[in-house]
Design a protein around this ligand. Structure first.
Ligand SMILES: Nc1ncnc2c1ncn2[C@@H]1O[C@H](COP(=O)(O)OP(=O)(O)OP(=O)(O)O)[C@@H](O)[C@H]1O
Ligand SMILES: [Mg+2]
Length: 166
């Protein structure tokens, strides 16, 4: 993996295979705690679930629980010291439906909420969260832009940038 660019509130990382994408997610996950939200945006197959798997690993979620996209349920819950609430909103046609899911409890609850297709609920996100954009290049190359919204996440971005440089 390679750090392609950085600024005070974002980094852009290039990964060359799924394992590297997972590793970046893992390092982000290690910094997350209850109530944190990560919004993932990128085309089909760009690596959102792969990255989520890394976050789960960083949170210390039991590895025997496979992280797969919750296609029919919109949300999967993985128990752990800090639980993971994994949303996949691909099939969400009406963003109001997340109210039926009781999204508030997940977004501000005792776990970390990771939301694939987060753009669908952008208007419901708080001031502080982590935004991750995936750009699928040719073959296995991906460019991942990780942006911090709010001080807490800007600080996390700084740690990620340091980690990637060492
Ligand atoms: N550098 C890479 N990072 C992540 N995934 C990669 C990479 N290179 C190849 N892949 C492959 O791309 C696919 C990414 O799938 P993944 O399910 O993570 O994407 P997704 O964005 O969650 O898709 P969907 O929108 O369908 O949920 C996997 O098949 C993975 O093996
Ligand atoms: Mg997915």
């Amino acid at each position: 993996m390679e750090l392609l660019a950085e600024d005070s509130d974002f980094i852009i990382v290039k990964t060359d295979n799924p394992e590297e994408t997972e590793e970046v997610g893992k390092f982000l996950g290690m910094h997350l705690g209850p109530g944190d939200i990560v919004s993932l945006i990128g085309e089909l197959g760009s690596g959102k679930t792969c990255f989520t798997r890394g976050i789960a690993c960083g949170l210390g979620i039991e590895e025997s629980l496979p992280i797969v996209s919750p296609t029919f349920t919109l949300i999967n819950e993985y128990p752990g010291k800090t639980p993971l609430f994994h949303f996949d909103l691909y099939r969400l046609d009406d963003s109001e439906r997340v109210f039926d899911l009781g999204y508030r409890e997940y977004f501000h609850g005792k776990g970390v909420a990771v939301i694939e297709w987060g753009e669908k609920v952008a208007h419901l996100l708080p001031d502080e969260y982590c935004l991750v954009l995936f750009f699928s290049e040719f073959d296995e190359r991906r460019e991942i832009k990780i942006k911090g919204q709010g001080k807490r996440f800007i600080d996390i971005i700084k740690s990620l940038s340091k980690f990637l440089k060492d």
